[in-house]
Design a protein around this ligand. Sequence first.
Ligand code: ZN
Length: 481
Amino acid sequence: MKLRTSLVLMGLFFISLVHAENFTQGNTDRARALIDAAVEAHGGEALLDDLQTLIIEQESVNYSVDQSRAAEPPWDKSPGYGIDAIDLENAVFVNTANNSSGGFESRNRTVINGDDSYQMNLRAGTVARIAEPDFDTTSGPFVRVTPALLLRTLKSREANANYLGETSADGVDYDVVGFSMTVGPAISLYFEKGTHILRRSERVFPGFGLVEYRFDDYETKGEIPYNRSFTLYLNGDINLERTIKSVRVNEPLDALLEVPEGLVSIPEAQPDPLSRQELAEGVWLIGGNGTYAMFVDMGDYIFAAGGAAGIPDRIDLLREVVGDKPLRYGMMTHHHFDHVLGVPVYEEEGATVIAATAHERVVRRAATSGETLELQLVDEKMVLEAGDRRVEIIDIGPTAHTEHLLVAWLPEEGILFEADHFAMPAAGPVPPAVSSTKTFAAAVADHGLEVKRFVSAHSAKPGTPADLEQALQTKEYQARR
Ligand SMILES: [Zn+2]
């Protein structure tokens, strides 16, 4: 009886499929047909399934759009080198990245390998165990720029795919398929008509815009085509060019999983909740999650330094101790996009924004109403005085990070607030100074500032002159060995 009912229902199901000539059905069928053709063009399902490990070595050029030393183009270009390795069966992923950008030199390695997952800083010589490794999130960026892996994912998630339409760009015709990823916004894949090879992928991030990858030339290895390069565009601007140096298929990852000798164990980075600390009477550092602002009580009003993320929350916490005292000034340290987020907030508070003269265009662009923004431009120095309180706003640039850098200097308290040059780590030893830190230390000395505490827009922990000296004296891990 039960069997017969099922058969009848199945019959109905098949009949309904035949008659379901609607938009959604047609769209889904077309997506599936295109995915099958694309999988075939990228080596076929059997070969893609046999892909167990992949090790890709690459070199890149990064364009620092709105993050260069100067506020206007041409943007600084900086080199990078890396190795990505994935073991699909065992959910193991390794990323090694050596970069040098904006006065920051870094050599980092992330290993996602179950209980043996680590975050290594191979410049500082530290290693932190990752307690809750997340294979999908950590390997996602690599999967998204590796067509063979993207095609595998697409095939396995074809139930989440839709045909988006056809389009042409630069004389090439494309079929476009969209599908949802396990992490982040949906992705659109552009397959070249005729060859069915993946040429582009795009994602739209709310509040940020369009992220686009282009895969230009392919080389076939073991019957699977691998891209030899890719280019990243952010909102239409070139951001990264990557050249693939080598592709190794189904080789063991073992050598990449080892923790090199002599690394110092440090605790894993912990959540950093919003907090307020009084650095001196009437001087507060307020922030969390890696961004902080400093507020100074000037008697009749408040002076704020720093424009990084989260200024509204920081002002809320400030109000608990200063009531509704007017916030009269908000100082921007420099022009980088992550340091002018506070402009519209200070604007709404009715404050005057203080910025380096060279950063006027960027700061006005960051405002809600750039033309009417109350803006005080600083060439070399500006002083605010009220009673015993003195705040000096000094352009101590150029540094390796930016041509102009405004710091807030409180000579009485010996407190100096800055961004992106010297941030104390939440845990572990002070890392060896990067170029940005070295040039900052020299600029502070040149200006004769007798600093007792260095307060950073990116650390809850003020640093001392001894900490800075330690950073300058500490050799890199590679050099120590
Ligand atoms: Zn910066």
